[in-house]
Design a protein around this ligand. Structure first.
Ligand code: NVA
Length: 324
């Protein structure tokens, strides 16, 4: 069987993404329904950048799937500096059933995947955060019962990993995804083109604009920090009063433009009074704590799905027993 990876959101087809989300809902209803890592078999979880939710949810998730999480501190491993990514891959790939890696360049993830025969999962790179998007889509499914045809509006830094993942994952889900950002911080054109190609297949749509009218009637409003990991030296210009993102702060006035019953999501960590008003993230439309919990369920579903595709961990019990 061909080993499958999740390096970017569009590595999953629309059908495959729906399968993962369905399994995520089933695992939320019954956390111990699938044990593909019984043994326990290990999963390497490697961090070259800070983490809270990702370490917690992958470690807990691997344990709940019957496995053992081997967390690797990237500062100690110094992958690509102390030894090459390829050599690390050859060592790690022989000891674990899957590799989860939060790192910088997408090329590093690709090189890892090229040198192992176990699934590699992108746990956030400079370019994408596909695990977060599975959790977000699960949260949208919970809130509305469906994802296709829903409108999601992302406000803020349109050039960052979250904006790219919203474009690709929401287009895959058949959603109308709108990136509202300053012209100086637009998504990568290549990512936008891929998202539009995917949307043409699924009935979705992709818009990039600086016009807040794009929020009108939205089902889901999302934002992200204006200072991503690795951009700390730019914090002053990104967060100050002259920040190009100030007009795109998610305030109560912005939420009022969305549809009645619209929900607010944020991948966290959040900065109240910067990218989002406290009354929004702490208000009745906010689903951010469900969203954070859904990292666990979505990532367990993803690992189970990938291991099945890798010919490992025959999934039991049968899907009929875990639908819901
Ligand atoms: N864009 C943010 C996402 C954090 C989960 C970052 O890369 O830091």
């Amino acid at each position: 069987m061909t080993v499958r990876h999740l390096l970017a959101d569009d590595d999953l087809t629309a059908v495959e993404q729906a399968e993962v989300l369905e399994l995520g809902l089933a695992l939320r209803a019954d956390r111990y329904a699938r044990r593909p890592l019984d043994g326990p078999r290990a999963v390497a979880i490697i961090f070259d950048k800070p983490t809270l939710r990702t370490q917690l949810s992958f470690s807990t998730g691997v344990a709940e799937l019957g496995g053992f999480p081997t967390v690797v501190d990237g500062n100690l491993a110094q992958i690509g500096t102390r030894e090459s990514v390829a050599d690390v891959a050859r060592v790690v790939g022989r000891q674990v059933s899957a590799i989860v890696w939060r790192t910088h360049g997408q090329d590093r993830l690709q090189e890892m995947a090229d040198h192992v025969d176990v699934p590699v999962v992108n746990a956030l790179s400079d370019d994408y955060h596909p695990c977060q998007l599975l959790a977000d889509l699960l949260t949208v499914r919970e809130a509305f019962g469906d994802v296709a045809g829903r409108t999601l509006v992302y406000l803020g830094d349109g050039a960052n990993n979250m904006a790219h993942s919203y474009l690709l994952a929401c287009a895959t889900a058949g959603m109308d995804v709108r990136i509202v950002s300053p012209a100086s911080h637009r998504p990568d054109p290549g990512v936008l083109a891929r998202a539009r190609d995917r949307a043409a297949e699924t009935g979705g749509a992709c818009t990039v604009t600086d016009d807040l009218a794009a929020v009108d009637g939205a089902d889901v409003v999302v934002t992200d920090t204006w200072v991503s990991m690795g951009q700390e030296s730019q914090a002053g210009e990104r967060k100050g009063e002259a920040s190009p993102f100030v007009p795109f702060r998610v305030t109560a006035d912005v939420m009022a433009r969305a549809a009645a019953g619209a929900i607010f999501l944020h991948c966290l960590p959040a900065y109240r009074g910067v990218e989002v008003a406290a009354e929004v993230i702490d208000g009745p439309a906010s689903r951010v704590w469900d969203e954070a919990e859904n990292r666990l369920h979505a990532q367990k579903a993803l690992l189970a799905w990938l291991l099945e595709r890798a010919g490992e961990g025959a999934l039991a019990p049968s899907p009929a027993q875990v639908t819901g």
